[in-house]
Design a protein around this ligand. Structure first.
Ligand SMILES: Cc1ncc(COP(=O)(O)O)c(C=O)c1O
Length: 399
């Protein structure tokens, strides 16, 4: 028996790969600050749990493949409030944004097709795209250039006859880059002219800082057939365990074909959809405090990072991640050192080594991604451990 070439070329997620080592450190009695994963400590709104508790049907039956009507209606209402006129026919409910992305890649890619993405990018796109037979073509960006990729020559320079789509994550994971309206308009112009799908991962839509307002790609009428919006309750409502995401598109052909996959996977969990409907019915004022809290955590994290000599990073404009280049030879080795050999008063820190967030081989070996999803005090302590750890690690290496 032989595994597929495809699966052999895939990698474990650098966000989760080191969890067993963190668990082992915890077993030894160490406290580990989990800055590796975008799992916020902010409470899930109680309306989610109330809705689930009030579920009063006697059989927990399969739901529609499309999604339950209450959730589809709630999502239509949410989009309406942000100025988008999606109807229930333009929506599909998925098992998280993750399944939405997998389905989209399967629906649009043939073997050897290409998807353009700015790197570093959310690492799991590699697996979604590889599983569908495609390849990522990366546009390199750096902290120094503000992670800028919406430049005509940069994008048009990598379009080939195999290019099927441009995938954009804005606000960005792992850089926190938020596209300006002008940058979005440029990308829209390119996809329309080149007849490409535009996969718009807007799962962090509400989390933009310093007064930035995010316009959704869904509002560009001229690209309505190109645009595919991916959303999720995971980050938006701090409900990662609900596993509810969605696809929104006016492209009927795409949506009708996606239904083939939706029907084969039957449906998304009924109770999670009931809870998610209550979340999408929340008043938009819900986001005011949450956004302020993340902005505060960002500021505190940035201040703490500034204490680390030799570090390079770009200040995030949105989402809740910071990509940093550390003054260490190898971020994976450094993480193992933190988890297995180092602590400050019985505490250590876990982050995601970021080499796996790049498409270009050999890039990002000293990079890490931290998620500022913990309370400000915990962020300060967790980052201070990284600072002290760097000194101890480099001293051990004889540097
Ligand atoms: C940019 C981006 N897209 C999609 C996802 C998938 O999230 P979920 O499957 O929980 O909706 C994540 C999760 O971290 C993400 O960061």
């Amino acid at each position: 028996m032989k595994l597929s070439q495809k699966i052999q070329e895939m990698e474990l997620s650098p966000i989760r790969k080191f969890v067993p080592y963190a668990d082992a450190a915890r077993k030894q009695g160490k406290k580990v600050y989990g800055l590796n994963i975008g799992q916020p400590d902010i409470k899930t709104p109680t309306v989610f749990f109330d809705a689930v508790k009030n579920f009063n049907q006697e059989v927990l039956a399969y739901a529609n493949s499309h999604g339950i009507p209450e959730l589809l209606d709630a999502l239509v209402g949410y989009y309406k409030r942000i100025g988008l006129d999606y109807t229930t026919d333009d929506l599909l409910i998925t098992n998280g944004g993750s399944e939405a992305l997998s389905m989209i890649m399967t629906a649009i890619l043939d073997e050897g097709d290409e998807v353009i993405m700015a790197e570093p990018f959310y690492t799991n796109y590699k697996t979604f795209i590889k599983a569908a037979g495609g390849d990522i073509v990366a546009i390199p960006t750096t902290a120094e250039d503000g992670y800028q990729y919406a430049v005509r020559e940069k994008i048009e320079g990598v379009i080939t006859p195999k290019t099927k789509a441009i995938a954009i994550i804005s606000p960005g994971n792992p850089t926190g880059k938020v596209l300006t309206e002008e940058e979005m308009a440029l990308i829209v112009d390119i996809v329309v002219k080149n007849d490409l799908y535009l996969i718009c991962d807007e799962v962090y839509r509400e989390f933009t800082y310093d007064g930035r307002e995010l316009r959704s790609f869904g509002s560009f009428k001229e690209a309505e057939q190109n645009v595919i919006i991916v959303d999720s309750v995971s980050k938006r409502f701090s409900a990662c365990g609900a596993r509810i995401g969605s696809i929104a598109s006016k492209n009927r052909e795409l949506m009708q074909n996606l239904m083939k996959i939706c029907q084969a996977r039957l449906c998304c969990p009924t109770l999670d959809q009931v809870g998610a409907a209550a979340l999408y019915n929340l008043d938009p004022s819900y986001f005011n405090d949450i956004k302020k809290e993340y902005e505060y955590r960002r500021d505190v994290s940035v201040q703490a990072l500034n204490e680390i000599e030799g570090i390079k990073y770009g200040v995030p404009e949105g989402a809740f991640y910071i990509t940093c280049q550390l003054p260490v030879d190898d971020a994976e080795k450094f993480l193992m050192f933190l988890l297995q050999e180092f602590d400050v008063d019985g505490e250590t820190t876990m982050f995601a080594p970021a080499a796996g967030f790049y498409g270009t081989p050999g890039v990002g070996k000293s990079d890490i991604r931290i998620a500022y999803v913990l309370k400000a005090e915990d962020m300060k302590k967790g980052i201070n451990i990284i600072k002290e750890g760097i000194k101890a690690y480099n001293a051990k290496q004889g540097k």
